[in-house]
Design a protein around this ligand. Structure first.
Ligand code: 5GP
Ligand code: MN
Length: 360
């Protein structure tokens, strides 16, 4: 099996992908293999955007390709080109298993460890196909055959664009692909408000616009399609279920199963909620705790140098990026919140330092 881990380098400060990896990728495409594209549990805009952009690209090359996602996608992504072709594992596990075992190539988009797909992680581990990761999270696990991993990019979608561009496929980018790339970049940068200080990000967007991309249309389809209950759930979070702890520069929001039922929760309805807690002045760490069947799901955000990826890895069986991470707690909601508060005194100094050094 091939192992091309060292496949990127910097030339004049610009990220480049090594020729050997590009050639390897081109060869795979030329072989007309059976391909599946997978992404993480609770897929977000970047997961679906990068997966569908790659899907349209491979379809254009006459490749037999399917996108396999673990569970249903949020309604604000259902309009995306190709979304009707997704295979949803939770709805059809036997089809999913068959696709995994027959695939020659398995793309792993927007996740850095097979565990993140949750429902078919073991099947991916046992698969015979070549596992290719394209991802922008730190510390990818060593369980892939070919690794395209870079954290300086805004999103997996941006990294995929760059790989296709380096492989001289950029002239093949269609409007459908452009919409997919744009959703990934836009959602992973909070509509170009963070993780987008590289000029390349905007150059890529400019290239996408040249294909006919309507930025305003895509933005509206993703962000101006809230259901009434989603909006009211947000109101409930902010007015009744948010605690601010100024002494620790921390704020958190919690949502019990009862809250979710009362507001007719749909997958994706809590997306972005944690950012409201972080947007309070003098808050440097924010958390959202959501009650699920067997666990409390945790979303963490930070301003500045406080590293929530390390925090999530140490205490929440999770991970992510420096300023955005997630994980799980296997306790009741009250115990989880008490435990979270009990961790704060020890990290208070670090959080305050992060806030003090945060320049804006
Ligand atoms: P979110 O809070 O939006 O669910 O996730 C924030 C970031 O953390 C995302 O980039 C996501 O990929 C990462 N993340 C969320 N949950 C987990 C987890 O359980 N494990 C790991 N390794 N990363 C996670
Ligand atoms: Mn991403």
């Amino acid at each position: 099996m091939v192992n091309l881990q060292k496949n990127k380098f910097y030339k004049n400060n610009i990220l480049r992908i090594s020729e050997s990896s590009i050639n390897y990728l081109k060869k795979l495409i030329g072989e007309k293999s059976d391909v599946i594209i997978t992404t993480h549990y609770n897929p977000d805009g970047d997961a679906i955007g990068s997966s569908l952009a790659l899907y349209h690209f491979l379809i254009g090359h006459g490749i037999n390709v399917k996108v396999l996602i673990p569970n249903e996608l949020p309604s604000f992504l259902q309009w995306m080109p190709g979304a009707d072709q997704l295979v949803i594992y939770s709805e059809n596990p036997s089809l999913g298993d068959a696709l995994i075992s027959c695939a020659d190539i398995i793309f792993c988009m927007d996740y850095n460890t097979l565990g993140r797909v949750k429902l078919f992680a073991d099947q991916l581990r046992a698969a015979n196909g070549t596992r290719i990761i394209i991802d922008h999270h730190i510390q990818p696990e060593n369980e892939f055959d070919l690794t395209f991993s870079e954290t300086c990019v805004s999103s997996t979608s941006e990294l995929l664009y760059q790989i296709l561009d380096e492989a001289e496929f950029s002239s093949e980018i269609t409007l459908k692909m452009a919409e997919c790339f744009f959703v990934g970049i836009m959602t992973d940068t909070g509509s170009f408000s963070y993780a987008c200080n590289r000029h390349e990000t905007f150059q890529i967007v400019a290239n996408l616009i040249k294909t006919g991309l309507d930025v305003e249309k895509v933005h509206k389809l993703v962000y101006d399609t809230y259901s009434e209950s989603r909006m009211r759930l947000l109101g409930h979070c902010l007015s009744s279920n948010m605690k601010v702890l100024p002494e620790y520069a921390t704020a958190y929001i919690w949502l019990t199963k009862e809250d979710l039922e009362n507001f007719q929760y749909q997958q994706g309805d809590t997306e972005g909620v944690v950012n409201y807690a972080l947007s309070i002045q003098n808050v440097a760490v924010a958390a959202l705790f959501t009650e699920r069947d067997d666990r409390i799901r945790v979303s963490l955000r930070s301003k500045g140098e406080f590293n929530v990826n390390e925090f999530a890895r140490a205490y929440f069986n999770g991970g992510g990026h420096r300023n955005a991470a997630g994980g799980d707690v296997f306790k009741s909601m009250p115990d989880t919140l008490n435990w979270f508060e009990s961790l704060l005194p020890d990290i208070s100094h670090e959080i305050h330092k992060s806030l003090a050094n945060y320049k804006y």
